[in-house]
Design a protein around this ligand. Structure first.
Ligand code: GDG
Length: 458
């Protein structure tokens, strides 16, 4: 496929790329050249009428600027207080304000204009995530016929929850303006197709694509993965670091952005249930929960932080001994190598989201294990990763007894069963490795019906 790759994502990496997705997009951009466009993290009233060069390495990084109000309304508001809770089935947390939607559309339109100015005919545009849903529709309205793909990293909402959006009918039209709508799981694809099926403007073509007004969109799943070779190599040499005076015999690890979708209160309560039901009083399992701070300017995130502090305080108050603190709630980010080292050291990886597009932590935990003596993954059925990772112990995080039972079972699991389950999970992790994901997505986008050829398609 000739032409540059233009990647749009909310965050744009600065410095050396690290983390699976960032590295994969960096490699794709290095391979074919192009531009990575993202938001400038610092709000500014100045310079919103152009893109700012951040580096030239040999692809370009360019940032768009947001005013403080735009950041509040577009980012914290419409993206993170409307779309995020709708996609994660937390409609109780939605905050609808007309200025949120107005600025979301205004920022996307401004960005569309800035991108359109610089597009060459063969360029391929790849838009990431819910911050930019209407971008293709806006680019089309400016006459752009380039191939434009979208990948949604979070769950596709069900149509009942979608109805809560202000002007819910926009959602299908925004997405239909892309050539390829990429989703994490087969379940997400089913929900997207259900939305189109319920829409009188949509027509299903024989090849499975959806015709919507004059656009044709392909909907498919591309389960995202990790750079497993790199994580396996890091884990082999990683040092979990000084863990504290008491080195726990039975370590259960959690590592999540501090987000209400990750089921952290449920995780803590289930661990409390495990401690309560302990028959062997000498067993001293420790749950180490690393929770990197996230979106502190949204009220629901401040609330969940307070809730977690209260729950962990209660559990530790109830069960701590002089030489044992069962729950360690670390509300900060830790260095990547240290995190991988802790994953390798742990007997159990505990991943309990109530809804999650994929969940990379689950895949990282599997890749970090020593294959001859691996730890066990306990995984929520509501993580996208659970669709294929059948070797994990799958749980319903709302059911505290079930989760506590699964942790207990994992801690006592015989070596043979641990090895078998780990090998099954590792095969899935390797099959969905991030470089394969990027290649599969871009190859599929290249094969989509181009927007110019619409009239010849039927
Ligand atoms: C969205 C979707 C989808 C966590 N704590 C630390 C740390 N992490 C790293 C993990 C992992 C990443 O952050 C989190 O990725 P997840 O996939 O678990 O979750 P989201 O941030 O919600 O990501 C999700 C993903 O997009 C990709 O499509 O899977 O469903 O919600 O890599 O290791 N990294 C470091 N220190 C920490 O304390 N260094």
């Amino acid at each position: 496929m000739a032409g540059r790759l233009i990647v749009i994502s909310n965050r744009i990496p600065t410095g050396d790329p690290s983390g699976g997705l960032v590295v994969a997009l960096h490699d794709a951009l290095l391979a074919r050249g192009g531009v990575w466009v993202g938001a400038d993290p610092d709000p500014s009233e100045e310079g919103r009428e152009c893109l700012h060069e951040l580096g030239d390495i040999p692809y370009r990084k360019r940032a768009f600027r947001l005013s403080k109000t735009e950041r509040q309304n577009y980012y914290s508001g419409f993206a993170n207080s409307v779309l995020w809770p709708i996609c994660h089935r937390r409609t109780d947390l939605i905050e609808i304000k007309s200025e949120y939607r107005a600025d979301y559309l205004a920022v996307n339109l401004r960005l569309a204009r800035l991108i359109a100015q610089d597009l060459a005919p063969q360029d391929v545009v790849w838009v990431h995530d819910y911050h930019f849903l209407p971008l293709a529709m806006m680019l089309r309205s400016l006459g752009v016929t380039n191939r434009i793909g979208f990948f949604l990293h979070i769950p596709f909402p069900n149509i009942t929850d979608l109805a809560i959006l202000p002007r819910p009918e926009d959602f299908a039209r925004w997405l239909a303006s892309y050539n390829l709508l990429g989703l994490q799981t087969r379940g997400d694809v089913a929900r997207a197709l259900e939305m189109f099926r319920a829409d009188p403007r949509a027509e299903f073509l024989r090849d499975g694509t959806v015709k919507f007004d004059e656009h044709i969109v392909t909907v498919a799943s591309f389960p995202i993965g990790i750079d497993c070779d790199q994580i396996e190599a890091t884990a082999r040499r990683a040092d979990p670091g000084p863990f504290g005076a008491a080195n726990p015999r039975e370590l259960i690890i959690g590592a999540d952005r501090l987000d209400y979708t990750k089921g952290l209160p449920h995780k803590f309560e289930a661990f409390g249930r495990l401690l309560q039901g302990r028959v062997d009083r000498d067993a001293r399992p420790t749950l180490l929960q690393i929770a990197s701070p996230s979106r502190a300017d949204v009220a629901a995130y401040r609330q969940i932080t307070n809730d977690l502090q209260a729950i962990s305080g209660r559990i530790n108050g109830q069960y701590s001994e002089l030489d044992w603190q069962p729950l360690r709630f670390v509300h900060r980010s830790v260095a990547r190598d240290r995190l991988i080292g802790l994953m390798r050291r742990a007997e159990v990886g505990l991943v309990t989201p109530l809804a999650d597009g994929m969940n990379l932590v689950a895949k990282e935990f599997v890749a970090a294990q020593a294959p001859d003596n691996p730890g066990v993954l306990v995984l929520s059925r509501f993580a996208g990763a659970a669709e294929d990772m059948k070797g994990a112990l799958l749980i319903n995080p709302h059911d505290l007894d079930e989760t506590a039972g699964a942790i207990d079972y994992a801690l006592a699991m015989p070596l043979d069963e641990r090895r078998k389950r780990h090998a099954d999970c590792l095969a899935v992790v390797r099959d969905s490795r991030i470089s394969v994901w990027t290649d599969r997505y871009l190859a599929r986008l290249a094969s989509c019906v181009p927007t110019l050829a619409l009239s010849r398609h039927q």
